[in-house]
Write a protein that binds this ligand. Structure first.
Ligand code: ADP
Ligand code: ZN
Length: 439
């Protein structure tokens, strides 16, 4: 049987006018649902002086108030759960990993789970996989959406699903070998670690059956993609999502590997200026905002993700008509302000990989003498480890210079022994901001 190109071709290749019409119809219904059944959102709409009757289509979305993570936290644990659904109508919860310190609980009906799993099935199909594939899922299972989301999509597609969860690298590699895993799903930082582990064990990636990987849940750079593709011998696809909106699969990459298609039949994406909250022109950078068009239990409208990115409306060679979002550079709350300059960890990662280092690093920010300090710890490669102190010092200076060119501020670079920086099995923690510990 020929390989299926799209999981749901009628949706994924729908003409743009039809997408907009569908989004308009769904938005009108969803606003009514949220107004009637999500009391905190009703309050927000009342305060903003907008009624469900004022919303006639997607062009009216600008009239609606935003929801932020603070609203979710204030309404913990179930204040934003639709009252007509209630806990009795739900079949599952998931919870954020709390990367930025605040846990949120998201609720799902069976219908919500089905839509979500269709989204991950679309991603798996776009990565060139079907029922003949062996899909090893090394995202964490449990409250985190990664494991559950990809697991559901893999079942739908009919892959042989291997629910490994994260960690236990030896066992991961053994299962890849014994079961002939073709598709690996995990965070990009764990994928990089698995690649490094293969090398360490002297296993040639070509001896495995791996052909593709679906990696997401944290920011990663193009340079890191190339690194992973090489070390695992695969094509690496990005996937994006967040618990509040459902989980991984809100957007996914196709064979073009150039931005992720937003599943626009279920989620409406906007980019707004994070200060003025006004929409920015298409193609400009800003904060990503999502509206769930057909979720029942947790129908978030205009949810501010804090992710900074750009939308690309140009047609894609894959034939999908859904708009694409660029890799988020990081979240507005990942952004460090160092000596008045905005710094995203992903910018530093780009320089490291361009300069030939592995993506194993730690960024430490502190204050000394009323000024911010920036220290970057980077691992030496095995081959550099035996170098003289002088050549290591020169290498540190060279790297510091390249980072200064990128950021406009000078860091202190410390090249440290191979394997001395802790590896991550889930989302990597790469920044230690000691300034925050003081205030
Ligand atoms: P938490 O907010 O606790 O990390 P989630 O697990 O729901 O909880 O994480 C969602 C966030 O992860 C997104 O808002 C985004 O910042 C980040 N993220 C997810 N996928 C990607 C990706 N492919 N690229 C960059 N960032 C991503
Ligand atoms: Zn495409």
């Amino acid at each position: 049987m020929e390989l299926k190109k799209y999981w749901q071709p009628e949706a994924e290749t729908m003409p743009r006018e039809e997408i907009r019409k569908m989004q308009s119809e769904k938005l009108v219904k969803q606003v009514r649902h949220a107004y009637d059944h999500v009391p905190p959102y009703r309050k927000k709409m009342d305060e903003a002086g907008v009624k469900p009757e004022d919303i006639h289509g997607i062009e009216d979305i600008r009239k609606l108030p935003f929801i932020t993570k603070y609203d979710l936290r204030d309404n913990y644990p179930d204040g934003m759960l639709a009252t007509d659904v209630g806990k009795a109508g739900c079949v599952r919860i998931q919870s954020t990993s709390g990367t930025t310190g605040r846990r949120v609980i998201a609720y799902y009906t069976q219908h919500d789970v089905d839509l979500w799993e269709d989204c991950t099935a679309r991603a798996i199909t776009a990565a060139g996989c079907d029922r003949n594939d062996v899909c090893q899922i090394a995202y964490g299972y449990g409250l985190f959406t990664g494991g559950a989301g990809l697991n559901g999509g893999s079942h739908k597609v009919g892959c042989l699903t291997v629910p490994m969860s994260s960690g236990n690298t030896d066992r991961q590699i053994q299962f890849m070998q014994d079961l002939g895993t073709t598709l690996l799903c995990c965070t990009p930082s764990y994928a990089a670690y698995l690649g490094e582990s293969l090398k360490e064990r002297g296993i040639d990636p070509a001896s495995l059956s791996l052909k593709a990987g679906i990696f997401g849940a944290e920011p990663w750079t193009e340079e890191m993609r190339r690194d992973i593709e090489k070390s695992l011998g695969i094509k690496a696809y990005d996937i994006f999502g967040l618990t509040e909106i459902s989980g991984p699969g809100v957007a996914f990459e196709c064979e073009a590997q150039h931005g992720m298609h937003v599943n626009e039949d279920h989620f409406y994406a906007e980019i707004v200026d994070p200060d003025t909250l006004e929409p920015v022109p298409v193609g400009e950078k800003g904060e990503l905002v999502f509206t769930c068009l057909d979720k029942e239990a947790f129908p978030l409208i205009r949810y501010r993700t804090r992710d900074i990115c750009v939308l690309d409306p140009t047609p894609c060679i894959c034939g999908r008509t859904f708009i694409r979002m660029a890799k988020p550079m990081g979240r507005s709350d990942d952004m460090l302000i160092i000596r008045g300059v905005n710094v995203f960890p992903s910018q530093i990662e780009t320089v490291l990989l361009n300069e030939g280092y592995a993506p194993n690093y730690r960024i430490e920010v502190d204050r000394a003498n009323n000024s911010d300090t920036l220290d970057i710890y980077v691992e030496l490669g095995e081959e550099q480890f035996g170098d003289t102190v002088k050549s290591v010092t020169n290498a540190e200076k060279k790297l510091a210079g390249a980072i200064k060119t990128m950021l406009g501020i000078s860091p202190v670079v410390h090249l440290v022994a191979p394997k001395s920086i802790q590896r991550s099995e889930g989302k990597a923690v790469r920044v230690v901001d000691k300034r925050k510990l003081i205030d």
